[in-house]
Design a protein around this ligand. Structure first.
Ligand code: 9WN
Length: 440
């Protein structure tokens, strides 16, 4: 963007959030994603926390209006039905589940559980902590029900690790992590309901998932509808059941943050602290790839580890999961030309290993830089004291939007913005970094 100074950039980022705001919540982007998304709202609240406590709280409370009676927090809440998006509110038919919320309508799948982390962040940066304490009291039971749902219905009762059953649940929709698992799903067109994509009418097709991948997404949703969104049936019948590193790392951290919230409001913190420890142990035992020094996903159906290295494989750092020794090994991999070497001139960090033949600098989750992944990584690297790399990642969070605009994702080679312009979490996390720098 043309030479805006820091205070102009701050205004620009705040005005993006304002433009994308509807009644009580913020759309990820005005046209491409015209409803409320779950993990987007957590990131957005993290940004608001620094300059508008009220909006930060409203963002999370609005999201929880879509929470099902079994505790499930859906990945999209359709507060109103207006807006062109596929799959929209009528496609999901979530009233097939007896405990689904009808008003507002919602989707029938989930996204990474960053909500307790966002709620605690709001408290930590509050100018009026007394008011925010009340907010924590209000949101605490909703968060505990959400975590309880995950634990009971998404595999937590085994060793603490959860599974996801749709690539959208990871938030990293067409990441190469899913390629082999999705290749086992080959629906014929006539097995699927007729549907029309909207995303590739708004964004260049080579920056979005391909049509075959969308057929697979739709196939899975049809399977969930046939199962009436019953998690036990889905667990038995779904061909896509994955233990995802990103999802479990954020869940581990969210449990720790929920324990902290419990302490602040005088509730029992132990169950959440113990759960965080259990997940930490299981992640280290089951998802660590010692040969490559990165955490990798596990395909429960194929019963095999997924040998694909993505930026989110470093995110256990965010939850303090690896030991300092492991973290140092991970750092040695991160600090290579496959991601971004400090001695090179490169933007940190591409979402996928640049040395892999399937790396693409433009195609959505198959290589571009995402500001939310960078933000999580930056927080994680900070915990372990990798200060030079923290500066490199923070530089991308600030400089990419400052130079190219507040895009959804960025080409790691050219830097330029891709996907939707004026994207909410890019603006929110940019603001978080700027305010943080000002405080330190
Ligand atoms: C499907 C809203 C969401 C993000 C996801 C991102 C993208 C949706 C889509 O947009 O997914 O949920 O239609 O592509 O992959 O992380 O939450 O910003």
């Amino acid at each position: 963007m043309k030479n805006l100074n820091q205070s102009q950039l701050i205004k620009r980022a705040q005005s993006i959030l304002e433009q994308n705001r509807a009644a009580g919540y913020t759309k990820p982007s005005a046209r491409l994603y015209p409803f409320q998304w779950s993990w987007d709202s957590a990131f957005i609240a993290i940004g608001y926390a620094h300059f508008d406590e009220q909006k930060a709280q409203e963002e999370l409370l609005s999201l929880f209006k879509g929470q099902w009676r079994n505790g499930m927090l859906p990945h999209i809440v359709f507060h109103q039905k207006k807006g062109k998006y596929f799959p929209g509110p009528d496609f999901w038919q979530t009233d097939l589940h007896p405990e689904a919320t009808r008003k507002p309508a919602t989707s029938g799948i989930i996204q990474p559980p960053l909500h307790a982390t966002a709620a605690l962040h709001i408290y930590r940066f509050a100018r009026e902590p007394a008011k925010v304490r009340h907010f924590l009291q209000v949101i605490f039971p909703r968060l505990t029900q959400w975590h309880e749902y995950l634990h009971r219905f998404r595999g937590g009762e085994t060793d603490g690790l959860l599974y996801i059953c749709h690539p959208w649940e990871s938030g990293q929709d067409n990441s190469p992590i899913w390629d082999d698992s999705l290749r086992q799903i080959n629906p014929n067109k006539n097995e699927l309901p007729p549907y029309k994509r909207v995303d590739n009418q708004l964004i260049a097709s080579d920056e979005r998932p391909d049509d075959r991948t969308y057929d697979r997404y739709v196939y899975l949703i049809e399977l969930f509808k046939a199962a009436k969104y019953d998690d036990r049936v889905i667990r038995r019948e779904c061909p896509f059941i994955i233990r995802d590193v990103l999802f479990n790392s954020l869940y581990c951290r969210a449990n720790e943050d929920l324990a902290e919230i419990a302490r602040i409001i005088g509730e029992d913190a132990r169950p959440y602290q113990e759960r965080a420890e259990q997940i930490r142990k299981a992640l280290n035992e089951h998802l660590w790839d010692a040969n490559h020094a990165i955490y990798v996903n596990y395909d429960v159906v194929a019963k095999s580890a997924i040998d694909i290295h993505v930026a989110s494989g470093f995110l256990p750092l965010f939850a303090g999961i690896p030991s300092q020794t492991r973290a140092a090994e991970m750092f040695d991999y991160l600090n290579t030309s496959c991601f971004c070497r400090l001695s090179d001139e490169c933007y940190a960090v591409p979402s996928f290993d640049k040395c892999h033949p399937d790396f693409s600098p433009k195609e959505y989750w198959r290589g571009p830089i995402w500001i939310n992944i960078n933000w999580l990584l930056c927080e994680g690297l900070m915990k372990y004291g990798f200060d030079d790399y923290v500066r490199r990642v923070a530089h991308s969070i600030i400089d990419l939007p400052a130079h190219y605009g507040f895009y959804e994702y960025f080409d790691p080679q050219k830097g330029c913005g891709l996907g939707s312009a004026d994207f909410s979490w890019t603006a929110a996390l940019f603001l978080d970094k700027i305010y943080h720098q000002a405080d330190s």
